[in-house]
Write a protein that binds this ligand. Structure first.
Ligand SMILES: Nc1ncnc2c1ncn2[C@@H]1O[C@H](COP(=O)(O)OP(=O)(O)OP(=O)(O)O)[C@@H](O)[C@H]1O
Ligand SMILES: [Mg+2]
Length: 321
């Protein structure tokens, strides 16, 4: 069952140079219980898509088109007060990119999480501290650490605390924006395990944002590939990894090392640079870097078609089945 249905979403930043089309006609479904990965190069619009879902887009950004249905209810039609009272943090929460560096340095970590509880739930102090203890245990932090200041936490512990903060109101859907990026590889793996186990234990659906396809491969059961403000391919993880259909997805896969093929496989990078979203290329936005570019790709935008069950792609090379 679809939990979140994003339809033709457009979110632009209105700058003095013109609109930056950070999310431009994105359609994507996330099912209940799914852990979806959102992958793409820096600046392709991943965080903006996350901010759009909770409607906290930094200025000068605005949703200018499309719909976001959550349990069939269109969030884009809700006013700010209803969003705040019913949806944001309570049912949908987000761990912001780099947020672990934004912890207040002069306040104990446990108190910072309790503060989020007072703010959203108006919880009395004693009750809030008990809940913080539960949350600490849920994210694998010892209760004795509640009295620590952020400088006494490692990067991984800070990220766990940020995840605890996003869970204070027991949401059903959480967006984790680059949850592993600032961490070293072994801690990255622990973070992935934590997210997976939380999803299972709390019946939490997740959108994990990463620029690293290998992180997504380990943690998710579905994946969406974003390029220059658009989702170019999405599908079940097995289907997409077995048979990537979009040349951009194929390029991303060729650029990650694989254990089995470490010796024979030569890593290939995608030539060129991602386009400027102030003035994106015509037709298919990937055409300027695509090894299979055809005339039509320069002229017309490819439709986003279902190429196989739960596997969508926007590319003229792929025919609808
Ligand atoms: N406040 C802003 N004002 C103007 N443009 C912005 C603003 N925030 C983001 N952008 C632009 O919107 C586009 C998408 O940015 P976004 O941060 O969503 O990308 P991202 O995929 O999350 O990148 P990263 O991997 O670096 O986090 C980029 O081109 C960026 O320059
Ligand atoms: Mg980002």
């Amino acid at each position: 069952m679809a939990l979140l249905e994003i339809k033709n979403l457009k979110t632009y930043y209105f700058t003095s140079k013109g609109p930056v089309k950070a999310v431009d006609d994105v359609t994507l479904n996330i099912r209940q219980g799914e852990i979806m990965g959102l992958v793409g190069e820096s600046g392709c619009g991943k965080s903006t898509l996350g901010y759009s879902i909770i409607n906290l887009i930094p200025p000068p950004g605005k949703i200018v088109g499309g719909n976001i249905y959550f349990h069939k209810e269109d969030l884009t039609q809700k006013n700010e007060e209803d969003l705040r009272k019913q949806i944001r943090w309570k049912r949908i929460s987000m761990v912001f990119q780099g947020a672990m560096n934004a912890l207040n340095p002069v306040m104990k970590v446990g108190e910072q999480i309790a503060e989020a509880l007072y703010l959203h739930e108006n919880a009395p102090k004693q009750k809030a501290m008990e809940r913080v203890e539960d949350l600490f245990s849920m994210v694998g932090l010892e209760a004795s650490r509640m009295d620590n200041y952020p400088f006494e936490f490692s990067g991984g512990m800070k990220q766990r605390a940020m995840i605890a903060m996003a869970l204070v109101c027991n949401p059903e859907f959480m967006i984790a924006d680059e949850p592993t990026t600032a961490l070293d590889v072994t801690i990255q793996a622990q973070m992935i395990d934590l997210l997976r186990s939380l999803a299972e234990k709390l019946n939490l659906s997740l959108l994990i944002v990463s620029h690293d396809l290998s992180v997504i491969a380990e943690s998710c059961n579905a994946v969406a590939i974003m390029y220059a403000g658009k989702i170019v391919e999405s599908g079940d993880i097995v289907s997409l990894f077995k048979k990537p259909l979009h040349p951009y997805t194929q390029g991303l896969m060729d650029s990650i090392p694989s254990m089995e093929e470490a010796i024979k496989k030569e890593l290939v990078s995608i030539p060129g640079a991602p386009p400027n979203l102030l003035n994106p290329p015509s037709g298919c936005r990937f055409h300027t870097r695509c090894p299979h570019v055809m005339d039509i790709c320069r002229r017309e935008e490819p439709p986003y078609l279902e190429a196989a069950k739960h596997h969508h792609v926007a590319c003229y090379l792929v025919k609808k089945t």
